[in-house]
Write a protein that binds this ligand. Structure first.
Ligand SMILES: *Cc1c(COP(=O)(O)O)cnc(C)c1O
Length: 400
């Protein structure tokens, strides 16, 4: 017998237009709904489930930690924080970490570091450069840093600490520098996620790094979506050979357990002192264990190389299956962060793909987003294309 089709609860705030399916369990890159229908999970909870679902080494580690200690206050030392901080700072070439629970919290911490860094230098009203199409979260400050007017509308007046520039345009950044002497930092996503899956050019990232060095600005990278191995290196900026001053991460960091982190280097790592920042849940033993196990398993199983290899394979297969359709503008991305841009809004594809047994999302109205678990195999990639291509072709033929 089928369970009834899930409908919006009158007791849950109406903040999402939900697809009418309810997922019950998962294994590897597949999930099953309450009716037993199977789906290929090419979304991974939006780039969160790094190791897939029900991972045979992650699950017992978390069970062990739950039985030992889930939470304790940051009034005390948390050994797991030291372990995870060591793993992260080594891989990101940074000095120190602050642990929190979500992406927006990590960016809030970045923004607080930039503001106080400026004030400590004697700048009364520090300004932070942000980008067109940027997404940094939905708190008051991170919403102000976000470009999308739909995200911001209805919540003014928002903080006016930000100046916005176009992507990949060094001259525009130089012009902003001249117009705003109080700039203290530049904040950007090396691959913009919600904004439509746009990688920034490597040479542009190097130009931004050089300008930050010349002007004494902090380079603050938001790798909440593109970091943690998704592109085939630990962090997307490493493809450009740069090192940031501040680096925020969350999503895939603990393979599904909520955790966020902001890493900092040099002077930026010393800005926040006792009393300046804090969190009740951040850095709790369960989240730290999940992060440590995620990184350990990623390395044991070679998941960075896998993301690079299967990502290239999947991108080529998507180009083969969809690239010649006149309505497909581009197939782009790096590693297992892939966007397929159409020439029209395609939000309806989320539900149509789900009917065909495939979980995806659509971002910036017209970009199909594929961000599967990093354990994806080439055979799984073939499965994604086999399910997606007919759905997209049907959708486009009905549309035109
Ligand atoms: C998801 C995301 C955020 C916000 O993370 P939350 O955990 O939803 O607060 C911020 N920046 C980027 C680039 C993201 O992809």
């Amino acid at each position: 017998m089928s369970a009834p089709i899930p409908v919006a609860s009158p007791h849950v705030m109406n903040t999402y237009n939900r697809v009418p399916i309810a997922l019950e369990r998962g294994r590897g890159v597949r999930v099953w709904d309450v009716n037993g229908k199977e789906y290929m999970d090419a979304l991974a909870g939006i780039a969160v489930s790094t190791l897939g679902h029900n991972h045979p080494r992650l699950v017992p580690a978390l069970q062990d930690q739950v039985a030992k200690l889930i939470h304790c206050s940051n009034y005390y030392h948390v050994p797991g924080q030291e372990r995870l901080a060591t793993l992260l700072t080594e891989r990101a070439h940074m000095d120190k970490v602050f642990f929190c629970n979500t992406g927006l919290e990590a960016n809030e911490a970045s923004i607080k570091i930039a503001l106080k860094y400026g004030v400590d230098k004697g700048i009364e009203r520090p300004v932070i450069v942000v980008y067109e199409h940027a997404f940094h979260g939905r708190s008051i400050a991170t919403m102000a840093a976000t470009a999308n007017a739909k995200v911001r509308s209805g919540f003014g007046p928002l903080p006016d600490w930000f100046v916005r520039v176009p992507v990949d345009d060094a001259a525009a950044l130089e012009a902003a520098a001249k117009a705003h002497p109080d700039i203290v930092a530049v904040m950007l996503e090396p691959i913009q996620g919600e904004g439509g899956l746009h990688p920034m050019r490597a040479d542009y990232l190097r130009q931004v790094r050089a300008l930050c060095d010349a002007r004494g600005w902090l380079l603050m990278l938001d790798e909440i979506q593109c970091g943690m191995g998704r592109t085939g290196k630990w962090f997307a900026h490493q493809w450009a050979g740069i090192v940031p001053d501040v680096l925020s991460m969350a999503k895939g960091l603990a393979s599904g357990v909520p955790v966020g982190a902001v890493l900092a280097r040099g002077a930026a790592a010393e800005v926040l002192q006792p009393g300046n920042h804090g969190t009740t849940f951040g850095g709790n033993p369960l989240a730290m264990r999940a992060g440590v196990e995620t990184i350990t398993i990623m390395e044991e199983d070679g998941l960075l190389a896998n993301a690079a290899d299967v990502g290239e394979y999947l991108k080529a297969a998507l180009r083969q299956a969809l690239g010649s359709h006149p309505a497909v503008k581009e197939v782009r991305g790096q590693g297992l962060m892939i966007g397929v841009e159409l020439d029209r809004p395609c939000g309806a594809l989320i539900g149509l793909a789900a009917e065909a047994g495939l979980l995806i999302s659509v971002t910036a109205d017209s970009v199909i987003r594929i961000v599967p678990p990093l354990i994806l195999t080439r055979a799984d990639a073939d499965d994604i294309v086999a399910r997606l291509a007919p759905v997209v072709h049907d959708f486009l033929s009905i549309q035109s």
